[in-house]
Design a protein around this ligand. Structure first.
Ligand code: CAA
Length: 265
């Protein structure tokens, strides 16, 4: 197994115990958690299993060891590939499956997030980075270019000028710069990275899951649709939530000045 699935100790939010957080660990520290086919397969299967588990409300992905989140796709595995073998393997379809996951995903990034590792972090919904995290798309230095979303997501996150520089030169971005430019949610001390990501996940897990998923879906549409289509999508999701028990409960609890009890229905 190259991906570990854990349900870490119960988290606390506003004094109340909160479950529902799962932790996926990329577990190839000897290869800086390079994303070989087996790791990607286990990662996608793990995410899809958790996504269909009603008790799982938020997922954190991290890398084992103290050096890397992931240093990219596995170069040794890829070195002799041809367009035909890549096409037949269709490995990149796994990235589309990650995009379809509805439960929120937080990347806890310590050390290197390079190439496919940076692309995986950007495919997550939020990134908590250690102060020594390094983001980059160095594929140009090995004769290729990003192939799992880097040219698109990095450009949307940073703007054309900075993304172009990084992708054409293979230069890296520090955690602080990534935070200043809106690529990451928060930078924390190295030893606090995982606990900060788990705490954020716990906070989300304590909230009504239908609304969380609908909101995630709508924010992601901001990248993909025109403003008009995105606003229309947002409004439909907003209206739909009024069919949920949690909407009635949330608003009644507010009026009655009590804590809401979410049913996830
Ligand atoms: N694939 C396979 N193995 C990798 C790897 C990768 N992406 N990154 C690191 N490793 C392996 C190294 O080969 C080494 O293994 P051995 O001990 O067996 O030699 C081990 O991990 C430790 O790495 P280094 O000895 O290189 O460690 P370092 O501290 O000297 O350098 C590094 C660290 C700068 C991150 C360097 O490892 C590096 O440049 N890695 C490759 C980064 C890269 O080019 N990523 C893009 C890959 S292509 C891609 O991702 C395509 C895509 O868009 C999907």
């Amino acid at each position: 197994m190259t991906v570990k699935v854990d349900f870490p100790a119960t988290h606390f939010h506003s004094g109340a115990a909160v479950d529902g957080v799962a932790l996926l660990t990329l577990d190839r520290p000897e290869a800086l958690n390079a994303l070989d086919v087996q790791t990607m397969q286990e990662l996608v299967e793990g995410l899809e299993r958790l996504d269909s588990d009603a008790d799982c409300r938020c997922v954190v992905i991290t890398g084992a060891g103290d050096r890397a989140f992931a240093a990219g796709a596995d170069i040794k595995e890829m070195a002799e590939a041809t367009p035909v073998t890549l096409g037949i393997a269709n490995s990149f379809a796994r990235w589309e499956r990650i995009r379809s996951v509805r439960v929120p995903i937080i990347a806890a990034v310590r050390g290197f997030a390079l190439g496919g590792g940076c692309e995986l972090a950007m495919a997550c919904d939020m990134i908590i980075a250690s102060d020594d995290a390094v983001f980059g798309q160095p594929e140009i230095k090995i004769g290729v270019m990003p192939g799992a979303g880097g040219t698109q997501r990095l450009t949307r996150a940073l703007g054309k000028a900075k993304a172009m520089e990084m992708i054409l030169t293979g230069s890296n971005l520090s955690a602080r710069e990534a935070e200043a430019r809106g690529l990451v949610t928060r930078v924390v001390a190295r030893e606090e990275t995982l606990s900060a990501a788990l705490a954020l996940a716990g906070e989300i897990a304590a909230l009504p899951p239908l609304a969380v998923r609908a909101a995630k879906e709508a924010v992601n549409r901001a990248y993909e649709l025109s403003l008009e289509a995105g606003l229309e999508f947002e409004r439909r999701n907003f209206f739909l939530l009024f069919a949920s028990d949690d909407q009635k409960e949330g608003m009644r609890a507010f009026i009655e000045k009590r804590r809401p009890e979410w049913k996830g229905r």
